[in-house]
Design a protein. Structure first.
Length: 158
């Protein structure tokens, strides 16, 4: 509803964790489901992630699968040239137990920070997007500005 009326949710301060701070970055917002993104690599529809703000989410994948998926994304070189990374929902079936949810979140966040340490891009975790109940609609393909110090993600029409 809000994305259709122009009333965007812009209060991310309490929702997003800044896992790695960085400068204000600008780029096209690309990404989405991690498995779906990886199936496009090496095909004619492969997204060009250079300079992009990359949003990732995945649901109901075991930790060993998430590790494999993130490792494949890293080894493909796609993480080397992104401007920033935003991690959404990575919940699993077993996350009905609170400590399992925290364990999964900690694994995903640490793994992404480890794989991107060499390029030092800003990384956010816990963005309310993906398959979660509180799901902010994201305009994939739009020009975006990611400001870690203000925990602000804004979009421009150009």
């Amino acid at each position: 509803y809000h994305c259709l009326t122009g009333k965007w949710y812009n209060r991310l301060e309490e929702k997003v964790d800044v896992l790695r701070d960085g400068p204000v970055v600008k780029g096209r917002l690309l990404g989405g489901n991690l498995c779906s993104l990886l199936t496009m690599i090496g095909t004619p529809v492969e997204p060009q992630l250079s300079g992009a703000i990359l949003f990732l989410e995945e649901v109901n994948e075991p930790l060993y699968c998430l590790d494999r998926l993130f490792t494949q994304l890293h080894l493909s070189g796609k993480l080397d040239s992104v401007a920033g990374i935003i991690l959404g929902d990575f919940s699993g079936k077993e996350d009905s137990v609170f400590h399992e949810e925290l364990r999964r979140k900690e694994f995903v966040w640490n793994r992404v920070c480890e794989l991107t340490a060499h390029c030092g891009v800003p990384v956010w975790g816990g963005f309310p997007g993906g398959h979660c109940q509180k799901n902010i609609t994201l305009p994939v393909g739009a020009q975006a500005t990611m400001d870690s110090s203000r925990r602000s993600l804004s979009f421009s029409e150009s």
